[in-house]
Design a binder for this molecule. Structure first.
Ligand code: 3JN
Length: 338
């Protein structure tokens, strides 16, 4: 039984972390809920009991063994090291430490043993990266992934509760025939649009979100030579990110072999019967923990390339589920000394 803290408990990911700790019956001796001053004082319910969210403070981590954190990167940069120094292991959902060499970046289906290298902080990858590497891993083990071309169709909940609210408000205004409120979370109206910009642009012409997919994929798969060519797009969908992926492997893989590899892979569900109109959809992947793959087909020109469609709930496997699975794996791999 463990002493646990959830940081950022009132956010969209934090809320799901709490539900997942309940659902998965995480072995908890005590739990506390923390957040920045702005959210402190709100209440959350855990296993039928009401808890007040406490403000972040060094004393708040005393006696805590495992921290699940989902805050902006700036908050994590300040507080995750404080928690680690107090003796806790922090599973951090932000980008603050993902690319630090001494911080493992973990997807339990892909690189679980990297957890053992932690020095107090384990990073949870970006949502778009997590679902892609879960799908790529069995292909990589069988035939070595050399190159990936990916376009994402990312739901508004990737931008948190404010992203969901922005789509809702624009939809309500359209329904009433009123002028839409001006966008604040997204750079353009999201209703009626696909916006090919997530996060800020870099001088190269790629966005930060796109470069997270490039760099995090290489780190998690443990292969800095994998080429990733991403385009990240925001779409007016509330939950679940979808991805169109072309993957090139060293050895050609047939559609049948890929389907068999995915059927055996942990965390992957194949939905691939196009004639019955069966393929992964955001509406069916929502609230689930798996990564769904379908539309599996050969490239028209290259024997060593496959295309597929990949959908997962960005707030669950893309964030909260992956974080809780990391904590579970940590207990399994290092049961005594956490
Ligand atoms: O927009 C999305 O769909 C994913 C967004 C992720 C995100 C948003 C704000 C800050 C992150 C992330 O997880 O990489 C961060 C961050 O931690 O930098």
């Amino acid at each position: 039984m463990r002493h646990v803290a959830v940081v950022g408990a009132s956010g969209a990911v934090g809320e799901r972390m709490i539900r997942l700790l309940e659902e998965r019956e995480f072995p908890i001796a005590s739990i506390r809920f923390l957040a920045s001053e702005r959210s402190a004082g709100k209440t959350v319910t855990f296993r039928g009991e009401s808890h007040t969210i406490r403000p972040l403070a060094p004393e708040a981590f005393e006696g805590v063994e495992i921290v699940l954190s989902s805050t902006p990167a700036s908050v994590s940069r300040e507080w995750s090291p404080v928690a680690a120094r107090a003796g806790a292991v922090v599973v951090d959902n932000s980008s603050a430490f993902r690319m630090e060499p001494d911080v493992p970046l973990v997807v339990p289906e892909v690189n679980p043993r990297d957890i053992l290298k932690h020095r107090g902080i384990i990073a949870n990858p970006n949502c778009s990266t997590i679902q892609m590497v879960v799908a790529l891993k069995p292909l990589h083990d069988a035939a070595r992934v050399r190159r990936v071309v990916v376009s994402t169709y990312q739901s508004v909940s990737g931008a948190g509760q404010k992203g969901i609210t922005e789509l809702d408000r624009q939809s309500e205004a359209a329904y009433r025939g009123e002028a839409p409120p001006s966008p604040s979370k997204f750079p353009h109206p999201i209703l009626g649009n696909c916006i090919p910009q997530i996060d800020d642009f870099l001088p190269t012409g790629y966005t930060k979100e796109e470069m997270k997919m490039v760099n995090e994929t290489r780190k998690i798969m443990g292969d800095p030579t994998i080429e990733v060519s991403p385009t990240c797009v925001r779409v007016p969908v509330p939950f679940c990110h979808s991805e169109s992926i072309l993957v090139e492997t060293e050895r050609p893989i047939s559609v049948e072999e890929a389907r068999a590899l995915w059927a055996d892979a942990p965390g992957v569900t194949v939905v691939d019967d196009p004639l019955a109109r069966a393929y992964p959809l955001a509406t069916t992947a929502a609230e689930k923990d798996d990564v769904f793959v379908g539309r599996i087909r050969p490239d028209l020109g290259r024997p060593n390339a496959l295309l597929f469609w990949c959908v997962s709930d960005n707030l669950r496997k893309g964030a909260a589920t992956n974080a809780v699975q990391i904590a579970e794996k940590l207990l399994e791999l290092a049961p005594v000394e956490v």
